[in-house]
Design a protein around this ligand. Sequence first.
Ligand code: MN
Ligand code: MN
Length: 293
Amino acid sequence: MTITDSEVKRKYLEAGSIGRRALEFGKTLVTAGTLLLDVAEQIESFIRDEGAVPSFPVNLSINNEAAHYSPSPGDTRKFSTGDVVKIDVGASVDGYLSDNAATVEVGEQGKHSDLIDATREALNAAVKKVRPGVQIRTIGQEIGRVITSYGFRPIRNLGGHGIKRNDLHSEIFIPNYDDGNGETLRSDMVIAIEPFASTGIGMIHNGPGGHIYILSGTKIRQDEPLYRNFNTVPFAQRWVAKIMPDYEQYLSRMIRAKEVSEFPVLKEHRGSYISQAEHTIMILSDEVIVTTA
Ligand code: MN
Ligand code: MN
């Protein structure tokens, strides 16, 4: 099955459209005093109401957090004025995925406008370079050039990725700087490009768990609820809570048995701020389509 198959192309485009609208909707919800939990749940409901399912739990990462925080069931965290919030969201239509992200400053005082513009512009510049045959390092170089021109650092150990059916992070890694990778982009590929800019050192480390999990073992039975519901795709603690009353004990047991892994929050040092922008891009032999534009 290739993308030139019109059904496959249609599903990628639909996933992109739903993902983009979910992100736009999410941006309107992030206000001072609002619970992260309510925002995540509303965005995911939007995706389901459109007839898709989330590609992964909505990520709401604040200030020095780059990615991989999704509210827990009963989470009490709220947005505050001045927070730099990365909203990262995607939709799956029959396993064909979209993945997009944007950064907003709560209260829009404009204190972090440059940081937010840096990744948005880096993304646009990088997208213009995408075509079959271009080296991956060229994309990274373009991202790094724009972010650096704003006086920020690209995050070196985060980046974009290939996307395949039911596989959010497949094959290639697209860096935020020129990493020397001479591999090329090809037609019939779907990729996500996601620049991250930081006021800090430009390297993230693993923080505490962010309530996002993935099946990681081999012994899980196919009739187990996690397998039936979330095979191969990342899932939220909130989603498990909705299908199992004893989700906490169940998840700890599965983690101890190494059947389930929890993603850590990816973060920079305290006091730094990070912005992110992301699009999903379909590369065909005769055209490049940003599915989330
Ligand atoms: Mn993303
Ligand atoms: Mn991504």
